[in-house]
Design a protein around this ligand. Structure first.
Ligand code: URA
Length: 237
């Protein structure tokens, strides 16, 4: 059997959400990290899967987190399992689909665009928490031109599920535009437009948590988010 590839310490620490690469470098320099009982001074040191790593004397739990940006196509549901419909997980190659990955939030079956898939429950929870106000921007098309009055009404907030929706930002020309929300109630945009007597006929999420959908991704395509994008997501919440 081929030997498993060795991995750099700074990669292990950052993928496990323990320390960033630069923090791992500093921790190693200070002698805070050991591998199999021996202090290592370089974060670039490579280790095997079975090597025991400690930080400040405590063995670390290694964990690989997946953060995938998908351009969700129409016709797929955002759940891990559905007896009646295709799920977004079916679009992932086996190697990109650990057992615990899930879509962070829901887009309707007919909505397209930016969907984050991850197995980092803490980050997903923070991004979806109503308290953290993560921003989501959508391109929309509606059946009737949106009047300035309706735009102002939607931006101020409309009654939904017994509360007033949080302030939104809208840019609109005629029947299409963008809307930015900081919450994500069930069918929120469709119901908000319904409240002002309009109807959404196309919805595409183009940004989430401060990062933009990669316009090179075709519908159904996906890629891993970059370290910089991950930093932006984490700082956003
Ligand atoms: N609002 C909706 O109505 N649908 C979505 O998929 C997302 C936001």
């Amino acid at each position: 059997m081929p030997a498993k590839e060795k991995i750099r310490l700074d990669k292990i620490f950052s993928e496990s959400n323990l320390l960033s690469r630069s923090e791992t470098k500093a921790a190693a320099k200070k002698g805070r990290i050991t591998v199999n009982g021996i202090t290592v001074k370089s974060a670039e040191e490579k280790v095997n899967e079975t090597d025991v790593i400690t930080l400040d004397g405590v063995p670390i739990i290694r964990r690989r987190f997946f953060y995938i940006m998908m351009n969700k196509p129409e016709g797929y549901v955002c759940s891990t399992d559905d007896p009646a419909s295709k799920t977004v997980l079916e679009l992932l190659e086996d190697r990109d689909r650990p057992a615990d990955i899930f879509p962070a939030g829901r887009l309707d079956k007919d909505t397209v665009g930016f969907l984050l898939l991850t197995n980092d429950g803490n980050l997903a929870h923070a991004l979806l928490s109503p308290k953290k106000h993560a921003e989501k921007t959508y391109l929309f098309k509606c059946v009737k031109p949106l009047s300035p009055q309706d735009t102002a009404r939607l931006e101020r907030g409309v009654p939904l599920d017994g509360a007033i929706t949080k302030p939104a930002r809208i840019t609109c020309e005629g029947c299409s535009g963008t809307i930015t929300l900081t919450e994500g109630k069930f069918h929120q945009i469709k119901r908000m437009f319904g409240f002002v007597g309009n109807e959404i006929i196309y919805l595409k999420r183009i940004s989430f948590g401060g990062i933009l959908l990669d316009d090179k991704l075709e519908e159904g395509g996906y890629r891993y988010i970059t370290e910089n994008e991950l930093k932006i997501l984490k700082n956003h919440v």
